[in-house]
Design a protein around this ligand. Sequence first.
Ligand SMILES: Cc1ncc(C[n+]2csc(CCOP(=O)(O)OP(=O)(O)O)c2C)c(N)n1
Length: 635
Amino acid sequence: MTDNRNDSILARVNFPEDIRRLSLAELGRLAEEIRELMIETVSRRGGHLASSLGTVELTLAIHYVFDTPRDRLVWDVGHQAYAHKIITGRKDRFGTLRQKGGLSGFPKREESPYDVFNVGHSGTSISAAAGMAEARCLKGEDFRIIAVIGDGAISAGMAFEGLNWTGDRRKGMIIILNDNEMSISPNVGALSSYLNRIMTGQTVSRIRAEVKTFLKSVPGIGEQMLKFSRQVEESLKTFFVPGAIFEELGFTYVGPLEGHRLDPLIKNLENVRQLEGPVLVHVLTQKGKGYHFAENDPSRFHGMPPFDIDTGEPVNGGPSPTPPSYTKVFGRTVVTLAEEDPRIVAITAAMSEGTGLDQFAGKFPNRFYDVGMAEQHGVTFAAGLATQGLIPIVAIYSTFMQRAYDQVIHDVCLQNLPVVMALDRGGLVGADGPTHHGLFDFTFLRTVPNIVVMAPKDENELQHLLKTAVTCGGPASLRYPRGAGLGVPLDEKPTAIPVGKGEILMDPPAARIALAAIGSCVYPALAAAERLLSEGIPVRVINARFVKPLDESLLCSAAEEIGTLVTVEENVRMGGFGSAVLELLAEKGITGVRIRCLAIPDEFVQHATQRELRSFYGIDAEGIAAAVRQMLARP
Ligand SMILES: Cc1ncc(C[n+]2csc(CCOP(=O)(O)OP(=O)(O)O)c2C)c(N)n1
């Protein structure tokens, strides 16, 4: 490994103070060695490679110039912070990246004093840094604050809110805009186009051309003024400055700087370090820099499963071609439904591949909207579309839908608009950890009037519930898990299932217990029931399908007939499906029923594989069977 070579620079580097002793040439070599370590590790462990490859020099330059951790370095999203981890005391543990008990894939305060703010969702860095700036002032302290935000993340509403505040408060703070023109896919939006014009120098040239045309058009004195303006062009520089938009908001704009040239980057940051007030440093980087497969296909290498370094192709542990993932089946079904119904439109918040909407985008470009990393805008935008008779499907990961909760309540449900919320990555997502698990959506959605809340047991039912969602005439949410489907046969045509209708999947005579499961827990419940039956314990298995409205008669009759009920879900226990069943039984006055709710307890779930986590929380077949045995063993 790089680290063990005799001439390795990385071997000598553990903390930022070590890099502050290096020459420029050594820093350059260190950057290469860090890249090698990142590529080698991510090829084994999977992770966010392309973004981290793009920020190696920037990371080195920041730690070289600033006195971290005394100076506070705040990352946005945090998927680009691998080099930061490597040079802040975690090099030796880097091989445990995203493994159970190992390093998190994101900055995490519990992990290191160099990680000053936990992160995973976008757009938080400016507000967090602004809070630190106010605290510094109140406490009479003196340190610098640097927020690093991508050109994708800065399109989040929250980032704009942070800019608006920071520019006005005028507290010293440095925002580094890491501009690689990419979100996961190529970036979208007016700000992105603006940054692109700055980068290519078009803004400066356009303003110059416009001024020239204007001066020429002034009769008589125009030509003279033009000559004069050339003479004073130096002093007019402020009018031509790129990044004027940030200057107008109260920032000193510096850039655009080349993000892979250490010498000028360091010199510029040293100058920036001396500036007062809010500063925005615009740095141009290349996503995937230094690994040609990632440079050529940065979207694919944004988040990679383990891969072969020589071919750039996923190896075992990567997504297998069969069975198709839930995401894929979702994407295909949206296309099928849209072919039948021209009112269907689809929206993503910068995740067209991740949500499977890329198929739809290719087929119906005019009915597809990528709103950027702007979930709140996406949901209200969908509501607007729905008021005009369209049926929007908003595909957003469960965890990111948390951002748009008020929009779901106030803009969609209050007006009872037919907006479909397709929540991919519902439940435990695995290695991305606590910022990314989708464990709250049953709870936060089922409390909102008008909405139908569903989860399919497999990829075939996903098709049918999606059809149910687009035909139910009001707000609907549909959540499904990360990863491959179960390989069940897929019906040719999606068919709507009556709203609120669950099903009984297994009903042996003299059942001693009823297992009511939903979504990804249905098959594990079935497997548990089969195991229990073979031990002489007959179990009724219910696929609830709907968290809201519940299939009241199915659940109440199971409780009354059998008297012992276990609910199973991949959601927090509080307020989830099990809670809904408890509320139902209480409301119906059904007493004397023994109930247990298997779900995620009141804690944040750390990173590990989905399998490890399901086992740990007792919602896999084994855990469910054990819970049933335990329940029946008690008098
Ligand atoms: C609120 C939210 N929405 C979506 C995502 C998923 N996501 C992670 S990184 C990313 C793109 C980030 O682009 P940018 O900020 O430009 O950083 P880059 O990867 O290009 O360095 C997206 C969409 C997220 N982390 N948070």
